[in-house]
Design a protein around this ligand. Structure first.
Ligand SMILES: N[C@@H](CCC(=O)N[C@@H](CS)C(=O)NCC(=O)O)C(=O)O
Length: 323
C-alpha cells in the first residue's frame, strides 16, 4: 500500500476514533477502511454522522431555484411537459391507474438504444406509463426480482396489461395494438404498409455494419465501404417516401426504431472513424430527417443526448477497453 494511502488511512482512523463508541458494530465502508489501515482493530463503533436522506432532501430543496423545484415536482407527479430519462411516471393527462397498465424496465443510465426506441414510441403516442430502472451489466448488478422476470437479464422488458414482454420489437408492437389511438404504423391495406418491413430490415443491416466497424479494427476500408453503401440506401429510402420521415410526412414507428441508432452513429463515427453522419452532404435526406426529429419539440425529444454522453456509454459498454 503506498505511503500516501497509508497516511490517509491513518488520518481517517484518527478521525473515526474521535467518534468511536465501545460495544457496537461498525458500519460498512468505514469499518473496512479502518481495518485496512489496521490501526483501529480495537475500534468498536463509528457513529454514522452522514446526513439522512431526509436532511439531504431538505438541503436540496432549500438550495434549489424555483425552476428546479418545479421540475422535480413535475417529474415526480408525471406531468413534465417533455420527455425526460429521469421520469419514473408519465401521465399525459391521464391517471396513475392508466399509467400502471404499462411498466417499462429500462437501464438506469439511459444508455440502452433498445430501451430508447420503446421510450420514443410511448412518448410519441402519449401513452401513460411507469418506469422501473435496472443497471446494465457494464456498470452494475441487477436485482433478483428482475432476474426472476427476465432470466437472460436483457433489457428492455415491459409489462403490458399484466403480460411480461422481453423483446423491444414485441413490446412496440404490443403497445401499438393496445393503444390504437395515434397510430404509428400505416393501415395494413395501405400502400405505405409494404415499405415497413424492408425498412426495418435495412435498419438492422445498418446497425450491424456500424457496430462491426466501430468495435473492430479489422478490414477498416471494407467496413467503411459497407457502411457508406448502407447509408446510401437509407438516404434513398427516405427520398422514396418524400421525407422528412421514413414513411413520409408523419413520424412513425420506423423513425422510433432508427432514431437511437442513427443518433449513436452520428455521435460515434466522427470521433472514432472521422466520418460525418449528421451533416454529410452525401446524405441530404438523412440531414432532413435529423432536422425533423430534432424539432419534434416537447412531445418527443429523441435526439437531444449529447455526443459526449453517447460516446461515453458506448465506450463503457461496447468498445474494447484498451482503445
Ligand atoms: N433483442 C433485444 C436486444 C436488446 C439488447 O441488446 N439489450 C442490451 C442492452 S442495449 C442488453 O440487454 N444488455 C444486457 C445488459 O447490459 O444488462 C431486444 O431488442 O430487446
Amino acid at each position: 500500500v503506498p505511503a500516501a494511502w497509508m497516511a490517509a488511512l491513518a488520518l481517517l482512523a484518527a478521525w473515526t476514533t474521535a467518534m468511536v463508541k465501545p460495544g457496537g458494530g461498525l458500519g460498512g465502508m468505514f469499518q473496512n477502511m479502518v481495518k485496512l489501515g489496521s490501526t483501529a482493530s480495537s475500534a468498536a463503533v463509528v457513529q454514522d454522522r452522514a446526513p439522512s436522506w431526509d436532511t439531504l432532501t431538505a438541503l436540496l430543496h432549500d438550495q434549489s431555484s424555483a425552476d428546479e423545484r418545479s421540475f422535480r415536482q413535475q417529474l415526480h407527479d408525471g406531468t413534465l411537459p417533455h420527455a425526460s430519462a429521469l421520469a419514473k411516471m408519465r401521465l399525459f393527462g391521464k391517471s396513475e391507474a392508466d399509467a400502471s397498465r404499462i411498466t417499462l424496465y429500462r437501464d438506469t443510465a439511459a444508455w440502452c438504444p433498445y430501451c430508447e426506441k420503446v421510450w420514443l414510441l410511448l412518448e410519441e403516442k402519449q401513452v401513460p406509463y411507469m418506469v422501473e430502472k435496472v443497471n446494465m451489466n457494464c456498470y452494475g448488478d441487477k436485482p433478483a426480482w428482475f432476474w426472476a422476470m427476465q432470466p437472460s437479464g436483457g433489457i428492455p422488458v415491459a409489462k403490458v396489461d399484466g403480460k411480461v414482454i422481453r423483446e423491444s420489437n414485441d413490446i412496440m408492437m404490443a403497445i401499438e395494438q393496445a393503444y390504437p389511438e395515434r397510430p404509428m404504423l400505416p393501415r395494413e391495406d395501405s400502400a405505405k404498409a409494404v415499405a415497413v418491413r424492408p425498412l426495418l430490415t435495412l435498419e438492422r443491416q445498418l446497425f450491424s455494419s456500424w457496430f462491426r466497424w466501430l468495435t473492430s479494427g479489422m478490414n477498416d476500408g471494407a467496413q467503411r465501404h459497407n457502411f457508406l453503401a448502407l447509408m446510401d440506401e437509407v438516404d434513398a429510402a427516405l427520398a422514396a417516401q418524400g421525407g422528412p420521415f421514413f414513411l413520409g410526412e408523419d413520424i412513425s414507428l420506423v423513425d422510433c426504431m432508427f432514431a437511437p441508432f442513427l443518433e449513436r452513429m452520428a455521435a460515434s463515427l466522427p470521433y472514432y472513424k472521422g466520418l460525418l453522419v449528421r451533416t454529410n452532404s452525401r446524405w441530404p435526406h438523412v440531414q432532413c430527417w435529423f432536422s425533423a426529429m430534432e424539432v419534434r419539440g416537447p412531445r418527443c425529444q429523441p435526439l437531444t443526448s449529447s455526443t459526449l454522453f453517447i460516446n461515453h456509454g458506448l465506450r463503457v459498454c461496447c468498445l474494447p477497453q484498451e482503445r
